[in-house]
Design a binder for this molecule. Sequence first.
Ligand SMILES: Nc1ncnc2c1ncn2[C@@H]1O[C@H](COP(=O)(O)OP(=O)(O)OP(=O)(O)O)[C@@H](O)[C@H]1O
Ligand SMILES: CC(C)(CO)[C@@H](O)C(=O)[O-]
Ligand code: BAL
Length: 284
Amino acid sequence: MTMKVIKTIPEMRAWTQAVKARGETVGFVPTMGFLHEGHLSLIRQAKKRAQRVVVSIYVNPTQFGPNEDFEKYPRDFERDEQLCKAEGVDAVFYPDDNEMYSSLHKTYVITEDLSQVLCGRSRPTHFRGVTTVVAKLFNIVQPDFAVFGQKDAQQAIIIKRMAEDLNFPVEIVVAPIIREKDGLAMSSRNKYLSPRQRKEATVLYRSLKMAEQEYSNGNHDIEDIKKKMRQLIEAESSGKIDYIEAVDAETLGPPRPGERPILIALAVYFEPARLIDNIILQKG
Ligand SMILES: Nc1ncnc2c1ncn2[C@@H]1O[C@H](COP(=O)(O)OP(=O)(O)OP(=O)(O)O)[C@@H](O)[C@H]1O
Ligand SMILES: CC(C)(CO)[C@@H](O)C(=O)[O-]
Ligand code: BAL
């Protein structure tokens, strides 16, 4: 089967219907394009689990705030198309804004509370845009399951909640974070980093590993761990910390050290980039 590039909703629906009519399963990887090894790892996970794989490439305007990088967000469809072909993707859904949002669009999907903490504090309308577009994509692609990256840990938790709350017949799979050799989590936005920022940004992963080490050595004082992370990041980089938080890894509520897994998540500005990363501390 040669890879199809599909730009319209009716064509995408018809494609999935034909695949399902043959008794085949459909795995789905939603992305904003400018693909890297992180995205490719999600595609490989999807290929392992389903007979057919759809990747969407769509830079969704509703998840960007008014002063964010929607216009500048890196785009290179031809390169993405080649990478998808090389991975054996069956269809790429590549709609434009008119296809996704008619001028009459008024409906948004909101996962309350979960969307207002961590990244939601500095990006108050971001997750509303994510859940809205993902709900639309699920209705358009109609996959059996969809794969998301743990790099966007809060997004993965919110999408799981949304799928369950709204009874989407879509299984949500979360795949591990893929990193550069020096530990920096892969991200399309790493492209914005100057050589100096790129070197400094390795401190993010080092701070997370330091937190993990502290915790496994028996330090369950979460405020102390966060303080040490902050000190390390400030000492070794010019990055401006947006947040360093420790929350329950499933509910995003208050952490319970020694009882339940804890998500340590951070966002740091290396202007114009805003980088995120995280680690899960097991019960310890
Ligand atoms: N390093 C990574 N490891 C695993 N999954 C990743 C990684 N980077 C992105 N993903 C996942 O790929 C999917 C698409 O993400 P997206 O297109 O926003 O890429 P991105 O590189 O995270 O971009 P951004 O710079 O906007 O954060 C999401 O589910 C995201 O969690
Ligand atoms: C899930 C997603 C493709 C929705 O636009 C986006 O938030 C992303 O790339 O993580
Ligand atoms: N992966 C998250 C996409 C965004 O920051 O808008």
